[in-house]
Design a protein around this ligand. Structure first.
Ligand code: FAD
Length: 332
């Protein structure tokens, strides 16, 4: 177990914000986590993974917990549906790479998503028509309230679009491992726009195609700090959608009508139409290739730069289209 005080978090958030926490604890087993006297640590307690969906808005006054539970256990490689138990601290993309190299199908469309396995199951990560919930069978946790291990079936995880019961629980459950099921039988999922016609002869081939598409669109966190999509795609009423269209007469607004009659509009389009592509605020910038992403362009952007750019985008989109954007990235 590693415990440090006044700890530098700049390599533990992909936005590369230079912030510190009062205390940092990294544990490598459920037993170590269970042995922690949380009440003796500076509060509040926050568990993080790779910090790729977070914006630290200042130094953190409490304790940051981080999992170094890192194992990948194939329960029975002889089955068609192979159960795999994975420690929460495993880097998600290294797991995908390994599964693909074993010829196991299921996770390849989720290639190159930053972060760790525990958080992937919290966030219900998704890309190219697949979500992690399609692979999850069960989740093992440590209940910080009851101070004991517990398990959930996938049905109990409350999965929805980037949603889960874990997110709603306010940090009560620390995920310690995830049980996934991957397939020996070919199971390519190529319906999503952009994947038609790619080489789908193996999961590794699909992974390669997904990586190449992602690299052309999204910043590489190793080179340019960001937390991926900064805003959620807003869902508006039919009447609000008509008002939105009235703001851009003669133009067709990209949209998707949901089953309940509400309309989902791409936030990237709204931000782009407000002229924000490439816009800067201090060291922060709206990414040129994808306006949904805010990047740490200078490498030393301050949290305040990102917050000010966010504020301007939200205000301008609201003024022009009457739609209020909300952040996808968790502010801490
Ligand atoms: C360039 C880029 C591209 C991205 N593309 C995608 C994409 O295509 N699809 C997508 O879905 N997301 C995408 N993301 C967002 C991000 O990668 C995911 O949300 C990812 O799952 C976050 O993982 P993390 O380990 O970094 O978690 P963090 O950001 O550290 O934490 C996320 C949340 O999970 C909680 N948490 C972390 N670990 C645990 C644990 N063990 N137990 C309980 N709670 C925990 C944290 O408290 C926090 O609330 C992208 C991000 C970047 C930077």
């Amino acid at each position: 177990m590693r415990k440090e005080f006044n700890f530098d978090l700049s390599t533990l958030n992909t936005f590369r914000m230079k912030v510190r926490c009062a205390c940092y604890v990294e544990y490598s087993s459920v037993e170590e986590l269970a042995s922690l006297d949380l009440d003796s640590l500076p509060g509040p307690i926050k568990h993080i993974g790779g910090g790729s969906n977070l914006l630290f808005t200042s130094d953190y006054p409490g304790t940051i917990l981080h999992s170094a539970i890192r194992y990948i256990k194939y329960v029975d490689l002889g089955l068609d549906e192979v159960p795999v138990v994975v420690g929460a601290g495993v880097v998600w993309d290294s797991l995908v790479e390994e599964l693909c190299s074993h010829g196991l199908w299921g996770a390849e469309n989720l290639s190159l998503i930053p972060g760790e396995v525990g958080a992937a199951a919290v966030q219900n990560i998704g890309a190219y028509g697949v979500e992690i919930k399609d692979l999850v069978s069960g989740v093992s946790c440590f209940d910080l309230q009851e101070k004991r291990p517990c398990k959930f079936t996938v049905g109990q995880c409350g999965y929805g679009y980037r949603e889960s019961m874990f997110k709603e629980s306010g940090g009560r459950y620390v995920i310690t491992s995830v049980l996934l099921r991957v397939s020996r039988k070919p199971r390519p999922r190529l319906e999503y726009k952009g994947l038609e016609g790619i080489d789908a002869s193996s999961p590794a081939a699909v992974r390669e195609a997904v990586i190449s598409i992602r690299r052309s669109k999204l910043p590489d966190p190793e080179e340019l700090g960001s937390a991926g999509s900064f805003f959620k795609n807003p869902v508006v009423s039919a009447a609000a959608f008509v008002r939105l269209c009235d703001a851009v007469p003669g133009e067709s607004v990209p949209h998707y009508v949901l089953d309940n009659g509400f309309v989902k509009v791409p936030a990237a389009w709204l931000i782009d139409r407000c002229g924000f592509k490439g816009e800067r605020e201090g060291g922060a910038q709206v990414y040129e290739r994808q306006p949904l992403v805010i990047v740490n362009a200078s490498g030393d952007a301050l949290p305040g730069d990102v917050l000010e750019l966010e504020r301007r985008i939200v205000a301008t989109v609201h003024e022009k289209f009457g739609v209020t954007l909300s952040p996808e990235v968790e502010h801490i």
